[in-house]
Each structure stands twice: as structure tokens, then as C-alpha cells.
Design a binder for this molecule. Sequence first.
Ligand SMILES: Nc1ncnc2c1ncn2[C@@H]1O[C@H](COP(=O)(O)OP(=O)(O)O)[C@@H](O)[C@H]1O
Ligand SMILES: [Mg+2]
Length: 257
Amino acid sequence: MLFPLSSKIRPAAETRDRDAFDVRPSTTLPPKLAPSQSAKRLIQLLPEADRVLIVGSTGDGKSTVAKHIVEDFQPCRLLICDSKGEIKWPGAVLVQTPEQITQALSNQQTIRWVPATFEKKYLEECWKAIHAARGPLIVWIDEAAEHCKPGWCPTGMRLDITQGRSGDSSCGPRLVITCTQRLAECHPAVRTQAEHIMVMTPPPAEIDLKAIAAHVRRSPQQLEAELQQLYDRYGRYSHLWYCKLENDMRNMAPIPL
Ligand SMILES: Nc1ncnc2c1ncn2[C@@H]1O[C@H](COP(=O)(O)OP(=O)(O)O)[C@@H](O)[C@H]1O
Ligand SMILES: [Mg+2]
């Protein structure tokens, strides 16, 4: 087996003790758990092949949250779409061409793709190479608005987001984590497919509040008020975590670094 480690994705959430993760919904601030424990413990609830969307402005801590989730799933084969070329991951193999992506996905454990350009043709080819890889795989798309637009998404990226939720599909299982500071400029699949939506404090721009509010079953005003309340209490890097399947919104204190 090429990846003795990568076949290990931790057990599905149902097999874990859900009662152990008791955090009160955001309407009843403060969370029952000590804030510093909440994020770490909630990550344990995340199933292996979900779609996670993390929304916030630059510097709000999106990549840090994504990194903590990814770290919790290690060891697992990982592809980081490092749009800004600034993610540090020890031992990650740097790739730029579609050929390098294909090669690395066949024999490397951790791969960091720093796009050479954001031209459509190049992105299509690179995402085709990514989607062709078999799971288990974690795909972490940092700054997704560089990769797609409201009316356009590379086919491979769209399929990565819409498929691969189980080991039965040829590309699955894959966990896809998407970070963006400009949600309204991303393809709708990024938000419609997400089982987990995290919104960083302070509240984002109105256009992004409007783009995300319906997906967390709130009005933009309600969402803004909840984010502001959380920010006032816990400050920077706090965030809301919406679990779509349970229709459950949770307050998350900053992840302790
Ligand atoms: N929970 C946290 N506690 C303390 N510092 C944090 C936390 N999250 C992020 N930071 C710091 O804030 C800066 C920006 O974080 P980053 O995750 O890169 O933000 P983004 O991806 O949203 O631009 C980094 O220097 C990081 O160390
Ligand atoms: Mg970032």
C-alpha cells in the first residue's frame, strides 16, 4: 500500500460520544464549556468527508481554524491549495503544474499547491488532476475566491465539493475545507454544499452577510448581531460554527494557540 497512513481517517462521528461535546447554542451566551476547550472539542465531532466553509476578513483567523481541523485529522493525505503562497506546513511538497500535482498525489503524503496563475485554463487542468486522485484525501482550499467566480468554477473543484462524501465514490472519501474572505465572489456550490459553516468575528461586510445568512437559517441582521455579541465577549478569532445537519449554531471562542 502506497499510503499506509492515509487510509486512516478517524471513525465516523456517529461512533463517537456526542454527549461529551455539550456547547450551548449562541442564543444562550456564554458557552457551557470553558471557551478555550470548545473549538478543539467540537472539531472532534466533524465527520471525515464533510464540506467545511470558513468565512471572514483577512487576518480574522480562517487559516488558523482550517489548520487546526486538518491537524486533528492527521495522519491523512493532504492537499493544500495555498492561493497566497503563505501557508507553512513542515514536509509539504511544493507543486505548481498539473503534472506535478498528479505525480505528488500518487506518492506524497502532504502537498502544497501554489498556483502559478489564476487563469481559467490552468485552474481547470490543475483541478482535473486533483479530482482524479482517489481518497482518502483532505483538500484545503485557502482563499477560494481566487479559484472560482459566482458563475464559474473549475469542473474538478466543483466535483470535489459535490462528490466524495463516501468511500464508495471513486474520489472519496474526501474532506474539503474552504476558506474565503469574499464569499459573495465565490461559486454558490461553496456555500450550498457546506455541512459546516464557520463565520469569524467581527461581522463581515454586508454583501457577505447577505450571501451566508440564509445558509445558516438567519436574517443578515440576526447573524450580524450574534457575531457582534460574540466579538464583544471573546474578541478576535472567536467565531460561530453552524452545523447544517443539526441546524445548530455554536459559539466558538478563539482556538488556543
Ligand atoms: N486563535 C488565535 N489566537 C491567537 N492568534 C491567532 C488566532 N487565530 C489567528 N491568529 C493570528 O492572526 C493572524 C492571522 O491569522 P490567519 O489564520 O492567517 O487569518 P486569515 O487566514 O483569516 O487571514 C496570524 O498571525 C495568527 O497567528
Ligand atoms: Mg488565510
